[in-house]
Structures are given as C-alpha cells and as structure tokens.
Design a protein around this ligand. Structure first.
Ligand code: 13P
Ligand code: SF4
Length: 299
C-alpha cells in the first residue's frame, strides 16, 4: 500500500491538485486539496492554477472538471467509477422529448455526461437547482435525469417541470419509514435531507441541502445532534470535522458502491502512470461548457 506521503510527493512533482467528493473513502478525503460537493469541486476545477487535476469521484465529475479547465490534464484514478443515474439518459429519447416541447428549457443535473450537458440550456447541482430553474426565462422546463430533484424544483419554483424518470439508487433507498424511525430514536436531532431523496422523505426534513450545504449547516448550528439522509461518506466527514457533535445516518447507512471503488492505490497509480486521462471532443466540450458557465452565472 502506498502512503499519503508518496501521493503527496508525486502530486508536487506533477503539479497536481486532488479534488475529492464528499462520498469518497475517508482515507482519500483526508488527502484532498479540495473536498466538497459537485458545485464546490466544479468551482475548484475552474479556478485552479495546477497543471493537473486528479478527480476522486465519479466520471461525470471528472468530465465537468475537464470541460471547465480544458487546458489541464484531468485524471480519474478509477475508470469504473460511473454514476448509474448519469447512465439513465438516452440521447435519442432526450432529442425526442425536446422536439415534443420546443418551448421548454432543458436543464441537466450535473450528474450527466458531457454529451447531455452539450444538449442542455443550463446545468444545475443539488446546491443551486431551485435558484437556477427559477431564474430561467422559460415557463416550462425539461429536467434530466433525477426525478426527485425535478420534483423538488417543481415544488419550490413556479415552473412547469417535465421530469426525466432517472433516480439515484442510494438516495432512493432512504425511505419514509427509515427517517420516521430515526426521528423517534433521536427526537432532538435536526434532520438534514439531500434533494435526491424521495419526496416523502423530503417532506420530513428540517433542511434540504447538498452535501456541502450539510457541512456548512452543521458548522454553523448550535444544535448537538443531526440525522443525515445521504450517503455515508458525508457522515464520516461530519464526524471527523465536528467531533463535539453527533451525527446519525437517517436509517440504515447507505453506500454508493461506485464512489467507493477508488482506493489509495488507484490515486497513487493515477499520479505515477498519469492515468486515466479524460479526453472529450472539442465541440462537445464547448457546448457543455456553455451550460456549466450559465449555471455559474445564474447561481
Ligand atoms: P452533491 O455532493 O453535489 O450534493 O451531490 C451528491 C451526489 O449524489 C453526487 O453524486
Ligand atoms: Fe450517482 Fe447516487 Fe452515487 Fe451520486 S450517490 S454517484 S448520484 S449513484
């Protein structure tokens, strides 16, 4: 096993920066130059001076980093780390849906591949979806791929949302019964829910937040205990960063298998062998970048 010290040495040698999503294994989180949610990491990718970005997350995130920082070498240490929700968009069906609703804006969740972002008017993340959707001039909105985030936007904007039937299997497994039982077990805890959760779980929430939003909320709150309805990697981060507070999974701890594929050895090999390089067609990147840049402007 290669130590964090060897990874740090290679990182310095290569002029690389390590961007790490909140659902990664704790030992990888601890090595991060930037640890965060999709929005924070997209911003870090756009703003970095480093020559190389090593993205520990899933492939659509590394693609986003490449689109926003095209001159940099972007590496994903584990190429099998693919988000199943991002795979749920069929391009031909999306084109057909657009043709049926020519007046609608196309909004894509950041959990999509570059070719979907290239076909969208604007991109959103869990941290800014409501704000961006509400800011659009169009009244109707095709929203891909997460039906739960679409339903959440439907509830908190005055738009007519046409949802794609995609979902995140990790958040879809967090049930109403789970959160109600957790609430009964720890009645004084604040319940923080990710907007990829089903609507009946969102209804129980004290706050609906992106993963980074949960970290900021826990930091600022004077409450002592928190029930967390999202993937367990974020709960590990909260426990590490706020040892005086108590964090419980809202129900059975839920794991994103794809997020956990990346190991320290993968990160070491990514740096040592410059693998796996994210490479996208220039035309796709240009159109996808327009969707991402519009998001950064609206948000
Ligand atoms: P955020 O960290 O942006 O809230 O996203 C959660 C998620 O499921 C990423 O795949
Ligand atoms: Fe995809 Fe859900 Fe895993 Fe995020 S947690 S990468 S949305 S499957």
């Amino acid at each position: 096993m290669n130590s964090g010290r060897e990874i740090a040495r290679l990182k310095a040698e290569r002029g690389a920066v390590l961007l790490v999503h909140n659902y990664q294994r704790p030992e990888i989180q601890e090595l991060a130059d930037h640890l965060g949610d999709s929005l924070a990491l997209a911003r870090a990718a756009a703003g970095t001076d480093a020559k190389m970005i090593v993205f520990c997350g899933v492939t659509f995130m590394a693609e986003t980093a490449k689109i926003l920082s095209p001159a940099k070498t972007v590496l994903i240490p584990q190429k099998e780390a693919r988000c199943p929700m991002a795979e749920m968009v069929d391009l031909r069906e999306l084109e057909a849906l657009k043709a049926r609703h020519p007046d609608a804006a196309v909004v894509c969740y950041v959990n999509t591949y570059a070719d979907v972002k290239a076909r969208a008017d604007v991109c959103v993340t869990s941290a800014n979806a409501v704000k961006v959707v509400q800011s659009l001039p169009q009244r109707r909105v095709i929203f891909v791929p997460d039906r739960n985030l679409a339903a959440y936007c439907q509830r908190f904007t005055d738009k007519e949302i046409i949802p794609w039937p995609g979902f995140c299997y990790v958040h879809a497994r967090i049930t109403y019964e789970d959160v109600m039982q957790a609430r009964q077990a720890v009645p004084d805890a604040v319940l923080l829910v990710h907007p990829e959760c089903p609507p009946e779980v969102i209804d129980c929430a004290d706050e609906v937040l992106s993963t980074e939003g949960m970290v900021k909320y826990a930091a600022a709150s004077d409450r002592r205990s928190f029930l967390i309805a999202t993937e367990e990697g974020l709960i590990a981060r909260l426990r590490r960063e706020f040892p005086a507070k108590t964090f419980y999974a809202a129900g059975t701890p839920r794991v994103c298998t794809q997020m956990k594929l990346t190991t320290l050895q993968d990160v070491y090999l990514a740096l040592a062998e410059r693998r796996y390089v994210i490479d996208l067609p220039e035309a796709v990147m240009q159109r996808a970048r327009a969707s991402l840049e519009r998001m950064l402007q609206y948000a």
